[in-house]
Design a protein around this ligand. Structure first.
Ligand code: DGL
Length: 289
């Protein structure tokens, strides 16, 4: 059974769909795919919609005021169109800023993605760990607050990468991405202090796990890389419950929405299909100015 959410079907009118949660996974671009996989694994029965505000990508370059206005406007449209029961903001750059405004505007629950500072502090033996994120996430008061609260005993290196999210998108689109370009972005994460060195890097932009295998290979020395996606999926099931043992409805392919679609190349469509997103639609929302 397929449910045509994108045609605007009101799920509340169908008793079957009313018992099947609709989860909207949202990011500025393709990074949320790393979260989508985990959420799908946790709730294979759910109707999942993936939405990418690719017209606004990269969020890392928007001012805080622009970003709050942008995410609220896009979410308004997506909520009207998809009627989600829960929204995952699979974007650190947005979550570290916009969650309070989203929760004030909408009554549905929002699960955010924020830098895994507490797990990193608990995992690090050398007490040297790095937060690899967009320049926006690195600059947030929220991120600084996490470090003060959970990592006061550690030396935390904040690395704001201007290029890595774009490189991850390029790689997924099948474009060539040089090792040197990736290495230049991750190199500042690796710090040596006396006889100690960085032993944990938290991937605090959802795009980065798309390049994880290459980052592991290029790293100057082995570290633990924290991908927060499994923890986000656990939070989703805490809020809406685990999958029923024998779901009445097994969701089909998840639909994907793009606010621009300009980068939807053939290789990208194939990659999206690999994530279960074969039905791609546009919700055009050009970025003002
Ligand atoms: N995926 C987004 C994040 O987790 C960032 C990419 C962007 O700059 O838009 O922060």
């Amino acid at each position: 059974m397929r449910v045509d959410l994108l045609a605007g079907t009101a799920y509340g009118t169908s008793p079957v769909i009313a018992r099947t949660p609709t989860i909207l996974v949202f990011d500025s671009g393709l990074g949320g795919l790393t979260v989508l996989s985990e959420v799908t694994r946790a709730r294979p029965d759910a109707q999942i919609v993936y939405a990418a505000d690719d017209a606004g990508f990269p969020y890392g370059r928007l001012s805080e005021t622009e970003l709050v206005e942008r995410v609220l406007a896009v979410m308004e449209r997506l909520v009207q169109r998809c009627h989600p029961d829960l929204v995952v903001i699979a974007c650190n750059t947005a979550s570290t800023l916009v969650l309070p405004a989203l929760r004030a505007r909408f009554t549905i629950p929002f699960v955010g993605t924020v830098p895994a500072v507490k797990p990193a502090a608990e995992l690090s033996r050398s007490r040297l760990f790095s937060v690899l994120a967009t320049p926006g996430t690195v600059a947030r008061d929220y991120t600084r607050g996490l470090i003060e609260t959970y990592a006061a005993a550690c030396e935390v290196t904040l690395v704001g990468s201007t290029r890595l999210a774009g490189l991850a998108e390029a790689a997924l689109k099948g474009e060539p991405v040089e090792d040197d370009a990736i290495l230049a972005e991750i190199a500042p994460c690796f710090v040596e202090r006396d006889s100690e060195r960085t032993d944990v890097v938290t991937l605090s932009c959802t795009h980065y796990p798309l390049l994880l295998e290459r980052m592991r290979r290029l790293a100057p020395w082995p570290v633990s890389w924290i991908d927060p996606a499994p923890a986000i999926a656990r939070r989703v099931t805490q809020l809406i419950g685990p999958a029923p043992p024998r779901p009445l409805l097994v969701a089909g392919e998840a639909p994907a929405l793009f606010t621009s679609g300009a980068g939807l190349t053939g290789p990208l469509r194939i990659a999206l299909a690999g994530y279960g997103l074969a039905q791609v639609s546009l919700e055009p929302m050009p970025l003002a100015n």
